[in-house]
Design a binder for this molecule. Structure first.
Ligand code: COA
Length: 197
């Protein structure tokens, strides 16, 4: 698939999501949840004491990139209901930190998601996203946003697989639209949007 096709890959699937695909998604969600339970994984909301555990693994999980400054403890204090933790015993298996936008009343935002490198490609990231989508649907939040750095190709692929579209930006890097100087000069971001059906 060329890069233009890839950036719009999620778009054309959306109407289909209303029918059979919706049922498939529901079945997949239930199956995934029961698979996690079978493996003794527990799923719960985040709490402030999770912060230290999360930041202690981030550099390793993000391939040596230190993004801990972007996840201050306030997220685990003020956004507990929209934060999910997957763990086995004391071992952190995955997390999703999100929130419901105060300013855009129909939007939810996924700020960080991470899955233990030893448990990737097994649907845990999908499960965490589906959990967040479900919560957003219940709150009438039908637009989900997220962003990532263009260097994080794995994250870009994952978001495309999760049905996100890449927003047209003001630049292009490695074949993907980016918003240049997003948080500060020299800090481009790939911005994702998914409309929930
Ligand atoms: C991105 C991440 C959360 C995905 O978690 P995961 O549990 O491995 O994802 P899933 O198993 O649910 O994968 C869902 C789909 O995305 C695809 N995918 C996941 N990671 C991918 C990668 N690195 N490259 C290409 N495709 C990927 C899977 O193949 C799967 O596709 P399929 O449905 O066709 O099988 C995980 O790789 C991670 O923690 N990465 C480091 C942290 C990070 O970059 N977070 C995102 C930015 S905040």
């Amino acid at each position: 698939m060329n890069w233009v096709a890839r950036q719009f890959a999620g778009a054309h699937c959306q109407p289909v999501m209303l029918g059979v695909s919706w049922i498939e998604t529901e079945v997949k969600k239930k199956t995934m949840e029961s698979n996690l339970v079978k493996k003794d994984f527990k799923i719960r909301n985040g709490k402030p004491s999770d912060h230290a555990r999360i930041v202690s693994v981030m550099q390793n999980w993000w391939n040596g990139r230190d993004l801990t400054a972007m996840l201050p403890k306030l997220f685990l204090i003020h956004f507990r209901e929209t934060t999910f933790i997957v763990e086995r015993g004391n071992e952190l298996i995955g997390f999703l930190v999100g929130f419901l936008s105060q300013s855009r009343r129909n939007e939810g935002y996924i700020h960080f998601v991470g899955v233990h490198p030893g448990f990737r490609n097994d649907g845990i990231g999908t499960f965490l996203y589906e959990r967040f989508f479900e919560l957003c649907r219940k709150q009438s939040r039908t637009i989900i946003r997220a962003c990532t750095s263009p260097v994080n190709k794995g994250s870009i692929e994952f978001h495309i697989k999760m049905g996100f579209q890449i927003e047209p930006g003001n630049g292009e890097m490695d074949g993907f639209f980016v918003m240049l100087d997003y948080n500060r000069p020299g800090d481009p971001k790939v911005l994702f949007t998914r409309i929930l059906s």
